[in-house]
Design a protein around this ligand. Structure first.
Ligand code: NBP
Length: 474
């Protein structure tokens, strides 16, 4: 019998996805450039379901029912193009190519347009959850045409994570929408992790708690509003003791964070769209700063080491919890703002509430909190900012005093907390009756005759700064 779907690219992600498909009863054709991987998959996991191994793409295509559905799971970038170039001529109009790799959404838009010319459907599907997710249920963000989703959707939904019986897979929107949403997911993940790291640093260095004590704090937090995968594993990592030294492992790990680039993509795109995603940007920059080892060393030598004096203060734990929650709300509000802007820019008509649904399970940022976001967009799909929703408004207002105390504590004690502090500034800026942007406009008009608008009437104006300083209509 012909196979229902195919996977090409059988490294960790692809082989786990193929196994997931097979375990769900789909007859799955499998292929990899280097045949040894295909053989290994069949010999190790062939008993898990119905696999149809193929040595060539031609053979893979020949083994499929029509219209064909082929998932590409290879390294993002040039390898993906190479596979598409080889595959496309073998296909017939109506066939579907699904890219499950971490493609940049602009590449996905380009590929979708090219394949559409040939009558083929191209589905850029963001997949989150790492290898474990690929095997047991990832969060899936498919883009592409509505028509292709009618075919691919049921399969992808079947293998995705489920929360309360609902699939963490929803058709996101046309062309690159799926990969865009995946990119923002990763950006939010950066922000989330940065905030968690700042919370730890404050409790540890300013509050004098040991990593094991902070682990207990996080364990407690994981039973409330902050319940999430990242908070859960933070407790695990902080509690872990290094076997060699007997110290907390977190004290032994080199403090230079690495990055693969999806956080940077999110910020670059936010700059293009003009959307302030300060939480994600601070997180990317904090990682960059941590990685500049020789510069940090030179600064310590010249300026002296930043000695933080810890003081045990019973209220700090609860204050940090509230500051973490409020800052997290801001980071998500910014990420959703970015998706809203992209939706307008590219005509995607994104349903932001269903994005929250997709992220509730399977992915790294899965959290109880995402139900609240879904509910907020159910109440008002046109929400200008998540912070204006009743629930989130109350959440940040309730946290506000604690949030300010934590920002002060960070600044006074010398523990860097760019995530917490900039989130608070964002909150204050959004709510300001007047912003000093008026002065910036005045300065721009002074040195560059860039003109300004007035609060009291329509029009553009310029002050003759180097003349009699009268105002003229510009
Ligand atoms: P890799 O990203 O390490 O890619 C290895 C695969 O790409 C192998 O199957 C390899 O074939 C194939 N490949 C390469 Br490299 N160049 C090729 C070419 N020119 N033509 C054909 N095949 C080529 O695999 P991975 O870690 O399983 O990740 C797969 C995708 O999933 C990537 O896009 C990655 O970014 C994404 N990913 C997502 C997550 C997540 O959490 N969502 C996690 C990890 C990865 P070979 O065996 O012949 O060398």
């Amino acid at each position: 019998a012909p196979a229902r779907i195919a996977v090409t690219g059988l490294a960790v992600m692809g082989s786990n996805l193929a196994r997931n498909l097979a375990r769900h009863g789909f007859r799955v054709a499998v292929h990899n450039r280097t045949n040894a991987r295909t053989k290994a998959l069949i010999s190790e996991h062939g008993h898990e379901g119905e696999f149809v191994p193929a040595e060539t793409l031609d053979e893979l295509v020949g083994s499929l029912q029509k219209p064909r559905q082929i998932i590409i799971m290879v390294k993002a970038g040039a390898p993906t193009d190479a596979v598409i170039d080889e595959l496309a001529p073998l296909l017939e109009p109506g066939d579907m190519v699904i890219d499950g790799g971490n493609a940049h959404y602009a590449d996905t838009r380009r590929r979708e347009a090219a394949l559409r010319e040939a009558g083929l459907h191209f589905v850029g599907a963001g997949i989150s959850g790492g290898e474990e997710g690929a095997l047991n249920g990832p969060s899936i963000m498919p883009g592409g045409s509505k028509e292709s989703y009618e075919h691919v959707g049921p399969v992808l939904e079947a293998i995705s994570a489920k929360v309360n019986g609902e699939a963490c897979c929803v058709h996101v929107g046309p062309d690159g929408a799926g990969h865009f949403v995946k990119m923002v997911h990763n950006g939010i993940e950066y922000a989330d992790m940065q905030l968690i790291a700042e919370a730890f640093d404050l409790l540890h260095r300013a509050g004098g708690l040991t990593p094991a004590e902070v682990a207990e704090v996080f364990r407690g937090w994981n039973t409330g509003d902050l319940e999430s995968y990242l908070v859960e594993i933070t407790a695990e990592v902080l509690a872990h003791v290094d076997a060699e030294t007997g110290s907390a492992l977190v004290d032994v790990i080199a403090d230079e964070a690495e990055q693969k680039g999806t956080g940077r993509w999110t910020v670059q795109e936010a700059l293009e769209l003009g959307v302030p995603v300060t939480g994600i940007a601070e997180a990317v920059f904090a990682r960059s700063l941590s990685g500049r080892a020789s510069q940090r060393e030179a600064a310590r030598a010249a300026l002296g080491v930043n000695e933080v004096v810890a003081s045990r203060d019973d209220s700090l734990v609860e204050d940090v919890r509230q500051a973490l929650y409020a800052s997290k709300v801001v980071a998500y509000a910014q990420g959703f703002d970015q998706m809203r802007a992209a939706s307008t820019e590219y005509g995607w008509d994104l349903d932001l509430g269903s994005t929250a649904t997709i992220w509730r399970g399977g992915c790294i940022i899965r959290a109880r909190f995402l139900d609240r976001i879904k509910e907020a967009y159910d109440r008002n799909p046109e929400l200008e900012t998540l912070l204006a929703d009743d629930y989130f408004r109350d959440a940040v207002r309730t946290a506000e005093d604690a949030w300010r105390r934590v920002a002060v504590k960070a600044v006074q004690s010398g523990v860097p907390a760019p995530g917490f502090v900039s989130a608070l500034s964002y909150y204050d800026a959004l709510r300001s009756e007047r912003l000093p942007a008026s002065l910036i406009q005045g300065l721009r008009d002074f040195f560059g005759a860039h003109t300004y608008r007035r609060t009291d009437r329509e029009g553009s104006f310029h002050t003759l700064w180097s003349g009699d300083r009268s105002q003229i209509d510009a």
